[in-house]
Ligand binder design. Sequence first.
Ligand code: URP
Ligand code: ZN
Ligand code: ZN
Length: 498
Amino acid sequence: MPSHDFDYDLVVRGATLAGPAEVFEADLGVRDGMIAAVGRNLRRGAEEIDARGMIVTPGGLDPHCHIEEPSEDGGVQEESFSSGSAAALAGGTTSFICFVPQWKGHPIAATAAGYEARARASRADYSFHQIITDPTPDVLEREVPALVARGIRSLKVFLTYDPLRLTDGQFLEVLATARRLGAFVTVHCENYDAIGWRIRALLEAGLTDPLQHAWARPPVVEREATHRAIALAELVDQPIQVFHVSCDEAAEEIARARARGVKVWGETCPQYLTLSTDDLAKPDFEGAKVVCSPALRAPGESERIWARIREGTLDVVSSDHCGFSFATAKRDPGSSGYGQGGAKARPDGMPAFNAIPNGVPGIETRLPVLFSEGVSTGRIDLPTFVRLTSTNAARLFGLAGRKGTLAPGADADLVLWNPDAERALTNSDLHHAIDYTPWEGMRLKGLPTMTIRRGEIAVRDGQVLAEPGSGRFLARGPYALATPSGRVPDGFDAAARR
Ligand code: URP
Ligand code: ZN
Ligand code: ZN
């Protein structure tokens, strides 16, 4: 509470404030962890930060990251909630949404309680998407409604990966359940059978390098599954977001659907904006560092993704942080459920491309890489940066007004940026548990110098001050964006029949 002598707990003075719609100079006053006032010449705060020359944005909301996920064989991802959230805060991300796994043949309850207990170690605020791999009647009619009632209001489904993928019939059942409950659905869009067919042919031809990961899943398999996911969501009339769009072909499907009024949104990630098959083709198995799905695309393709951002088709840039260390897990075909086509070893003992665990680490680098490659180069303006990194995710996942804005009443999650600071990115400066970054050596222009989470200084000059366990679970209630459009074929609402 502010003392009698002060109007605010904290005043950030004289900054350039960058919100989702505008950029202006003002002071920002914080009281009880929330933004209390924005204006010129605010009265005194118990603590004052001189932010002249700095840009202040809302704290990042990363709506797609994989942290400390357990696997069915008893293993667990090496990125812990403590290390992952330290990395998030150091990179300007004050809240994130990660994934509760479900294993086929098991109820959600088999993983949920343990995972939620682990997440309490987070230093950043957090929420969950529930992965659905086995949509039995009990899961859909009893477990998912109970999750939604507890504020876990978004589901992820996979249309590929051996242990995770749903058939179209199962996907329809998940969409219909979400529609009845007012939940949101996110989708990994790639064609499972097409990828399997290409993998078998590549392996038979003796082509096993990391680069062949991209050959196994060219843009057309992403375009097909994106089109199909949107068509099935349209049939059910259920809002969805297509995760990690890597190519213009998939973005085009989203743009076409939006033009006819379908409630579909698209996400992309820094890896699709800055890396390419040139990185996958690096020798000595180095390409494994950037094996992720969908795959990286040809050099130059990323400019088409930037264009899709500017036109508004892709409105979120998440990290899809999914770390596997290069010295260990990337070489161990058994270390992840994110693979397809069985474990095959190459003559050098490394896994063939299809058995390399899929994913890149990026929770800490998401904002700095996007700021540098987007804002500092002039590809996007500051309000677009803010919408991509926090505001739009807050709208999509039921956190609007609370996260992703500098308006009074919102949580005081703030990032102070020095737009002129420059540094070469290197893994030893990062706080994650992974032994590499795909952006090693990249020169960054524009760096976060301070992260404030709910009014407290969480990171100052690279030093993480927020303690494990200081993050809060973000329960999410009903919200308008997740409601159906009301348009079903022939006026017959099949989802309502259960
Ligand atoms: O390669 C990726 N994207 N790994 C994480 C799992 C997923 O598909 O989101
Ligand atoms: Zn995915
Ligand atoms: Zn992911």
